[in-house]
Every structure is written in C-alpha cells, then in structure tokens.
Design a protein around this ligand. Structure first.
Ligand code: ZN
Length: 162
C-alpha cells in the first residue's frame, strides 16, 4: 500500500496512516554503496485538513543496512523521525498533486528520510577503523623477518671471515 491520503475521507475525520511502506514503494536510491535499504519504512502518521492544505504529523522509522566507513563492519542504523511534520498546500504553485482525490505522501517522506541519511556511517561513535594491533603485529612480523634475514646474512659473512 502506498502512502495515500484520500481527501474525501478527510472531509469528515482525521486520517491515521499506520503501517509499513515496502522498500519498492519507498523507492530510495541512496547512491551510496555503504548504505542499503532492505527493510520497509514503518510509519504512524496523522493527517489533518487545514484551510489551505494538509498537515501530516507523526513518526517514521527506517532501518538502514550500513557499512562502517572506517572498519568496514556491517551494522544497522535506525533512522527515527519522531516528530515529523509536513505541510502540504493544496492550492498554489507548490501544491501537492491530487490524483483521484488522493494525495501521495511518499515523495515528501522520501525526501526527508534521505536528508537524514548518515553521510559517513560509523558502526560506533569514534570508531578507529581497522584494529591497529593487527596492523602493528604484521608490521612487526615482517620487521623481525627482515632482521632475521639480516642476522643470518651477517652470520654467513662472519663464517666467511673465519
Ligand atoms: Zn567501525
């Protein structure tokens, strides 16, 4: 089900839209390999009719599958918009398009959700990236390797001297 508000229903009472919007309907393309949208958008919205348009208020939640930009660990980022509000004029230049007495809220939700996407997803605050200890160890290991080579070469030379 897309996020449709039927204006006829709204004539008589407020509308509450609660449910999950499938990934396909939300149709978000983050243009970013480190963020994927695989779960539906959960929404709980109230729609009121004002004199000049609609007022939509409520809660949005979307789980994002992210990859940490520093340590590459996959993790889930929960995007919560707790007091989301949107005013949709029904008249004038910027008015919301009405099709068969219905207004589709999806584009407005999509836009605001995209604004909340993390720019540089981190698995945790202050992630320091790939563990330094392992990098250090491998460096040390190669270092000792060279040292050993070196010492054995010296040993060879020493043998020649003798
Ligand atoms: Zn990380």
């Amino acid at each position: 089900m897309p996020l449709l508000v039927n204006l006829r229903h709204l004539e008589t009472h407020e509308i509450r839209l609660k449910g999950k919007l499938p990934v396909k309907e939300l149709d978000i393309d983050p243009h970013d390999e480190v963020i994927q949208v695989r779960e539906p958008l959960e929404h709980d919205l109230e729609v009121q009719k004002l004199e000049d348009g609609l007022l939509v208020q409520g809660h949005l939640h979307l789980a994002l599958d992210c990859q940490c930009v520093r340590c590459l660990k996959p993790f889930q980022h929960h995007l919560e918009l707790d007091n989301w509000a949107c005013h949709l004029p029904l008249d004038g230049e910027d008015c919301a398009p009405v099709v068969n007495d219905c207004v589709d809220l999806t584009p407005y939700v999509r836009e605001d959700i995209l604004l909340e996407f993390p720019r540089h997803p981190l698995c945790k605050l202050g992630c320091r990236g790939l563990p330094k200890s392992s990098v250090g160890k491998s460096r040390n290991a190669s270092g000792t390797g060279k040292a050993e080579l070196g010492s054995s070469a010296w040993a060879e030379l020493n043998k020649l001297k003798l």
